[in-house]
Design a protein around this ligand. Structure first.
Ligand code: B12
Ligand code: SF4
Length: 606
């Protein structure tokens, strides 16, 4: 099921409210003097193609955004810990400014949720008289918040509250809590009072547990769908988040100071930046349009140019990745952004000569932009990741065809922009097809010839918050255990076959590896190196090298799974994932104070 949407016209926050709430918090921040640690969960078992470099060399925008908002709201004592760089970090041992933090915030994607839960479990080991308020957020909390709350009496675990939205929801929560907080009162204690009084129920975008035992909910309360920030210019300066990063280390504890400014560029040579959100398409396997409540949200062209300039001048970062869902989604707005970037200067030098950036777009919209690709290039754009999925549009039809894909790739290549295709392999696609373009290798061959610089082949995997999600479970496609090994969340990255109608889907697993090997190999590296006419030659060589290294990792990590799929017993999931305890929808209003459990309506009980 897709994420629900607020009533039409009520999807967005009142303009100015997001800036205003941070201003209001700043007025009281000194009195509360909060210490906050924000951890980004990362499961190192997921390190392989096609994300092998970007996964650790690009400090994620989500935690940086949350850190920037905290500092902008006046809470300077904030540190961001990336498990990507601090594998051994133990929240139970964290001290910042000599104190156990007041707030411990955990951000996670679904596939890193084992690590997120382990960090939360560890934070709960802190003496209850001192333990921080634990708040979970990020994509996993957005799409499957109920999974963050343990229902196992042997393993009480879970955050105090999950934020199912963006920065504003956290600020809203803090404002409510701090307005009720006595001097020096523990955040967990004020949270308990707020929960009991129903004060949380008026904050859209939360899920919190209620029950007699901490860590074992008897019900979950869902306060409804967040209101989205419409004007992304209201976001705090994203440069702030970079100066909060914990230096990489093998220690369980935190360092005395964050990463020095001059080292940031080395650790995170790429900066992901929020430019736009939303996509006008409606692919059934994609949760993005519903998450955005069908809104297209942007930063203004001036703000984008200013932000990239500041990130470059402050930290020396030269490479940027737009966290866009479809950067070309709206032609006129895109032209305005790229024009502003092309015109921007740092001193006497054009910004676009100092920086390079890439982002995601669709084939359809790339063709719509075909008369403006020169401008896109002069704005500094050097790579576009394009969802070609299956070029014959058998899997999903969003107007892509072989001819259109070739045309778009050719145009990009001619304009010095690397086309980076993202493909989706599925049950009915063979490895090779005779006389048609349907096979995986046939399509890779076409893409390679058309100028693809990198390759992404992921297996079609059910994604929470999509139209296809529940059906994949009810149709018996989703695997639970194979050869005795359970499918863990870290395997939901598209690199493992975890859903298939085939009796023996091992071929699919090997097809992906074969596809990568066909694209990333020494022969093709030499071909690229000898190709004198190719304007993108250097990038293609670089990607071949990264690709071969990544392929080694992919083979190492996934071939055991292929063997299990070949010989092991395959057990399938029998039911759609849902909360095991009743979920009460709070309807966005505060119920009367109650010490016991209030149950208004049961949304999902299993
Ligand atoms: C950039 C990106 C990547 C980069 C990440 C690099 C990096 N280190 O940053 C790369 C290319 C490596 C990548 C890979 C993958 N990605 Co990706 N990626 C994105 C993308 C396009 C942008 C992420 C981003 O920066 N967003 C901007 C920030 C500001 O938003 P955010 O992270 O959601 O954070 C906001 C809120 O969630 C919230 N929040 C976040 N953390 C916290 C914490 C607390 C305490 C609170 C209160 C709030 C909060 O506030 C933030 C500010 O508004 C998103 C889609 C999107 N538009 O967000 C997908 C997305 C995150 N990716 C996704 C997936 C599934 C993957 C892959 C598994 C590949 C795949 N099958 O699609 C791999 C996993 C690789 C790995 N090993 O980790 C999914 C995650 C879905 C889920 N349920 O977890 C997303 C959401 C796309 C989607 N809707 O399907 N990805
Ligand atoms: S075009 Fe891409 S971002 Fe848009 S709905 Fe389809 S898969 Fe999602």
């Amino acid at each position: 099921m897709e994420l629900p949407r607020r009533d039409r016209g009520d999807e967005r926050l009142t303009p100015g409210e997001s800036t205003d709430i941070r201003r209001r918090l700043r007025l009281n921040a000194a009195r509360h003097d909060l210490v906050t640690v924000i951890a980004c969960a990362f499961d190192h078992r997921t390190r392989m193609l096609p994300f092998i470099y970007a996964d650790t060399r690009m400090a994620p925008a989500g935690v940086r955004g949350i850190g920037s908002a905290m500092v902008d709201a006046g809470f300077e004592k904030t540190r961001i810990v990336l498990q990507q760089w601090n594998k051994k970090f133990r929240p139970s041992q964290m001290r910042l400014d000599g104190r156990i933090p007041d707030l411990f915030l955990v951000s996670s994607m679904g596939l890193h949720s084992d690590q997120a839960m382990e960090m939360i479990r560890d934070a709960r080991r802190i003496d209850p008289a001192h333990r921080p308020l634990i708040i979970a957020g990020g994509p996993h909390a957005v799409y499957e918040p109920f999974k963050l709350f343990s229902t196992d009496p042997e393993d009480p675990n879970g955050p105090d509250v999950a934020v199912t939205g963006e920065e504003y929801v956290l600020m809203n929560l803090l404002e409510v809590l701090l307005s009720m907080r006595g001097d020096g009162e523990r955040m967990t204690s004020v949270f308990d009072r707020a929960r009991t009084s129903g004060a949380l129920d008026a904050i859209p975008g939360l899920m919190y547990p209620r029950g007699r035992r901490d860590g074992i909910p008897e019900e979950l309360v869902n306060t409804g769908v967040q209101r989205l920030l419409g004007d992304l210019d209201e976001l705090p300066d994203s440069a702030i988040g970079f100066r909060l990063l914990e230096p990489p280390s093998r220690l369980a504890t935190l360092g005395a100071a964050p990463v020095p400014v001059e080292q940031i560029r080395k650790l995170s040579p790429i900066a992901s930046v929020v430019l736009t959100f939303g996509c006008k398409f409606n692919c059934p396997y994609c949760p993005i349009p519903a998450y955005n409540q069908r809104q297209h949200r942007l930063k203004s062209p001036g703000r984008i140019a200013e932000e990239l300039s500041r990130l470059h001048t402050t930290y020396g970062i030269k490479h940027f990745f737009g966290a866009d869902d479809n950067f070309f989604n709206h032609k006129q707005r895109t032209i305005e952004i790229v024009q502003a970037l092309a015109d921007a200067r740092i001193g006497d030098v054009p910004l676009a000569r100092r920086i390079r950036w890439g982002t995601e777009a669709t084939i359809h919209d790339t063709l719509m932009m075909k008369d403006h690709l020169e401008l896109v290039h002069s704005a500094g754009c050097r790579a576009l990741w394009l969802g070609v999925e299956d070029m014959t549009a058998t899997l999903v039809n969003k107007g892509q065809t072989v001819l259109k894909t070739q045309e778009a790739f050719g145009l990009l290549r001619d304009h010095g922009i690397c086309p980076m295709p993202m493909m989706m392999h599925h049950d009915s696609q063979p490895l090779w097809s005779r006389g048609t373009n349907y096979g995986l290798l046939n399509q890779i061959k076409i893409l390679r010839k058309a100028g693809a610089v990198s390759l992404q082949v992921l297996m079609m995997t059910p994604s929470a918050g999509t139209k296809l999600f529940e059906g994949a479970f009810t149709d018996g496609m989703v695997l639970e255990k194979v050869g005795g090994r359970e499918v863990g969340p870290q395997m939901y990255d598209g690199n493992y076959v975890v859903a298939s109608k085939l009796n023996r889907p091992w071929k699919k697993q090997l097809n992906m590896l074969t596809g990568y090997l066909y694209f990333y190999n020494p022969v093709w590296l030499i071909v690229k190196a000898l190709d004198k006419k190719n304007r993108l030659k250097d990038k293609a060589i670089g990607m071949q090298i990264i690709g071969m290294l990544g392929l080694f990792q992919s083979v190492r990590r996934t071939s055991g799974w292929a063997l299990r799929l070949m010989f092991g017993r395959i057990e399938r999931v029998g039911e759609v994932p849902a909360s095991k305890v009743p979920t009460r929808e709070s309807c966005g209003t505060a119920p009367a104070s109650s010490g016991g459990l209030v149950q208004l309506s049961v949304a999902s009980a299993r």
